[in-house]
Design a protein around this ligand. Sequence first.
Ligand SMILES: [Fe+2]
Length: 341
Amino acid sequence: MLSPALSVQTGRAFARRRLGDDRGGRCAPQERERGLGQIGRQLFGRIVSFNTHPAPQNAASGGLLAEHKSRFRAYTERYLADPDVQDHRPIALKIEHTLQVLGNASRILDAPSPLDAWGDIPQGGVGGLGYPQLARLAALYHDVGRFEQYRRYNTFHDKKSENHARLGVRALRQSDLLDGLEDEARRFVQTAVMLHNRRFLPRGIAADVGYVTRVVRDADKVDIMRVMVDHFTAPDPADPVVTLHVKEHPTNYTPELYEAVLAGSSGDYTDMRWTNDFKLLILGWIFQLNFRASLDMVRERSLARRLLENLPDTPKMRRLDGIIDTALAPETPAAGESVPE
Ligand SMILES: [Fe+2]
């Protein structure tokens, strides 16, 4: 299932090659667009229009990120102090997650590799900002909708509440978080936030939006793995907010999710019923990571290893060990996520 070295092909060409063997691609285009909503449609209309860009004027400015980190801190402190929020720990968890995702994104941006599932890194930028700056801003704000989601609904489960990416775009539009950025840069960041949690990226996505969004999606997945590993290995691992209300059981799992990992793919989120399903789903993400640096982070932090150790100790589950080890080996190219044709 793993692809050969991909140093000279573009992400889009790679995506086309991947289509035939992606077992996760069960979702029809109409289903993917359903629920995108007004904000999503407006942004979606812009996705293919970020094509030609002037060279950024202030791409080297580290002060911009520091300013936005301080805005993010001020924004989230309001939720930490909000008496209407029943439990502030999930808010703190999302703040920590955000900072980790930002760190992961920086690691990816600083370590381009011929083993990435992405050929030509876009040069230049949008609205006076370089793509690495835009990617860091998108990483910083990718989950900004989580805070309002938890305050309103007491859950991080999108299906039981609202799509947190859409809530995030709304938060960015209604707050002063992106004040001072040019419109094009603002829309670019909002687009990456809107797309960060979709199962598939849209067809026809522009190369620069696709690149930045993939950086955020990889950085996010790697840190969700950390959160879940820490949770599942904690003495009292049954917090339903973290596990999205799946049922705790020592040995039960859903065969479709197991088979997906066995085949070098990732299962369907909607098949999840047990905590073991969550572990299997997350293991499958390894086959969707776009950048070699993401695989390195998973390996160095023993994230997959600890998830595997936390699955039922059966010969069937042990079959996954070698598959995951191969996918994470330093010489293995990142498989990359598919884009439907
Ligand atoms: Fe998210």
